[in-house]
Design a protein around this ligand. Structure first.
Ligand code: OFO
Length: 184
C-alpha cells in the first residue's frame, strides 16, 4: 500500500518523522563511535573496557533498530544514516570515557527535545514510545558519570589504570542498581 501524508494509516507527522530519523542518526553514530573506542581500547590492551564498549556498540545499534520499527510501523520511512566524523584515536583511556559522557549528554538532550515536541503536538503514541529511551538515557548517564569518577577515585598512576579497566567491567551492574532497575 502506498504511504503518504494523506494515508489514514499514517500516524506520524512529517516533522516528527524527521526528528525520529535524526534520532536514528544519533543512535547509529553512537554505535559506530563505541565500536571505534572499543577497537582503540583493545589495541592498547584495555581488555575489559574494550569488551564493555563492544557490547555498548551492539546496544546502540539495537536502539537504532527499535526506532526503525517504530517509524516504519507508524507509516513513515526510517532512513539508514550516513555516519561521518568518527574519532579513531584517543590520547588516553580517560579521554575515551570523557567522550562517552559528553556523547551520552548530547543524546539525552536530543531525546528530551523529541519528547517535548511530541507533547506539544499531542502525539501521545510517540511520547509513550520514547519513555523507554528516557529511562535508558538515565541509566547510561549514571554509567558514564561513574566511569569518569573512577579516574578520580583510583588515580591513573602505578596499577591505577589496570584497576580502572577492571572496574569498568562492573559499570553495567552499577548503572542498573543506581537507576532502580533501568531499561532492558
Ligand atoms: Fe542509545 O543509548 Fe546512549 O546513546
Amino acid at each position: 500500500m502506498k504511504k503518504s501524508a494523506n494515508n489514514p494509516a499514517r500516524s506520524l507527522s512529517k516533522e516528527t518523522e524527521a526528528l525520529l530519523n535524526n534520532q536514528i542518526m544519533m543512535e547509529g553514530k553512537s554505535s559506530a563511535q563505541y565500536l571505534s573506542m572499543a577497537s582503540w581500547c583493545e589495541s592498547k590492551g584495555y581488555e575489559i573496557s574494550s569488551q564493555f564498549l563492544y557490547k555498548h556498540s551492539e546496544e546502540e545499534r539495537m536502539h537504532m533498530l527499535k526506532l526503525f520499527g517504530y517509524v516504519n510501523g507508524a507509516g513513515g520511512h526510517a532512513l539508514q544514516p550516513e555516519i561521518k566524523g568518527i574519532q579513531h584515536t584517543f590520547k588516553s583511556l580517560r579521554e575515551v570515557f570523557d567522550h562517552v559522557l559528553e556523547h551520552e549528554l548530547a543524546v539525552t538532550a536530543s531525546i528530551n527535545n523529541l519528547v517535548d515536541h511530541t507533547l506539544k503536538n499531542k502525539d501521545f503514541a510517540t511520547f509513550n514510545f520514547l519513555q523507554w529511551y528516557v529511562n535508558e538515557q538515565r541509566e547510561e548517564e549514571i554509567i558514564a558519570r561513574r566511569a569518569v569518577e573512577l579516574f578520580e577515585l583510583i588515580g591513573e598512576d602505578g596499577v591505577g589504570l589496570f584497576m580502572i579497566d577492571q572496574e569498568i567491567g562492573k559499570l553495567e551492574q552499577f548503572g542498573q542498581k543506581m537507576s532502580g532497575g533501568g531499561a532492558a
